[in-house]
Design a protein around this ligand. Sequence first.
Ligand code: BV8
Ligand code: ZN
Length: 340
Amino acid sequence: TTKQAARVALPLTDRESFAAHLKTCRRIVALVGAGLSAASGLPTFRGAGGLWRTHDATDLATPEAFDENPDLVWQFYSFRRHMALKAAPNKGHYALAELSRKNRDFITLSQNVDGLSQRAQHPPGQLHLLHGSLFDIKCTDFYCKYTREDFTDPIVPALAIPKKSSLKDNEKKEEKVMAQQTDKSDDDQEKKAEEDQKVGDEKKECKEENKDESDEEIDISDISYHIPNISNEELPQCPDCKGLLRPGVVWFGEPLPTTTLETVENWMDSEPIDLMLVIGTSAQVYPAAGYVDEARDQGARVAVINMEPYSPKNSRAEPLQDTDWFFEGDASVILPDILK
Ligand code: BV8
Ligand code: ZN
């Protein structure tokens, strides 16, 4: 766009000029994404720490995916609930909560559904969840209005995280089938297969011994294992209409909650904005990413905090390019420093 063409100077990286500007700011808005929770151990959607290697998370965050495979999509969300509940808010979450307490004219627009800003005691009136929450559950039936907040883990027994041992049982079954197939071939093969079997058994024995220690959950962030098909009856059911319950998040192709949109639009349009913080987000999802432009149109200076280095190339999303400051690094380290 012309704006990109217009940007000649690289963004500032010094914290002094940022601090000087921050002192003059009253109306401040932050747009935060998965990068804010990365230091809490929650994988982001894109990039190295990416979630769910064999399925692109955005393929699963759609109404169509839920209609086709409610058990797989529920497992994806049940795993993310489990990880979010085990995670703790980091210093980045606390720094934003602290700024909200100090300045009532500061709001956080969060694309995250992990509940960590809430657990960092971010004042609720100044935290807007653009894409819902893993811990809101609602009925899929269009006419039924059932919804509840639910932190149980697993939300239903069928969605419990499989133990490694159960994986081993599956592997063992497969190995046995494989061994049977090779045994059918001629004798020397047979002898060889028996030797392999013996060695295999010894290995298995020692695995057996430490199996009890290793009887922990499978690592759910980087394997594609998914629990064999779970029937709809075993998935979360609506107590009112017996319909299927779904995670209370906004999927791709779904509108953002109207009340949230209205509240945020009113805040953005009501008066000039002094500062927009773009924190830990690839700024590719709309309308969330669009708030950076809106703030700039309201006169805001922009500061981006991101682990990846600044790149003037237009490969990066525009909101990350046309910025006054760019602080490269971990949001959980940078935010407490630049917002103090
Ligand atoms: C809508 C909840 C209209 C679920 C999410 C074609 C078909 C259909 C729709 C569209 C289409 N084309 C465009 C659209 C619109 C679509 C969209 O924008 N698509 C994009 C992909 C092009 N948007 C929508 O569909 C939205 N709805 O438009 O509705 C409408 C209107 C009326 C009636 C009907 C319809 C709804 C979008 C919401 C989707 N739901 N989440 C869930 O979480 O499972 S989106 C989800 O992905 C997140 O919420 C977030 O928004 C996005 C992930 O982005 P990030 O948070 O930025 O994370 P990411 O991994 O990408 O980046 C991490 C960043 O952090 C990186 O830059 C990295 O460098 C940095 N980082 C990493 N570690 C650190 C760090 N930074 C600092 N410190 C660190 N330690
Ligand atoms: Zn219902």
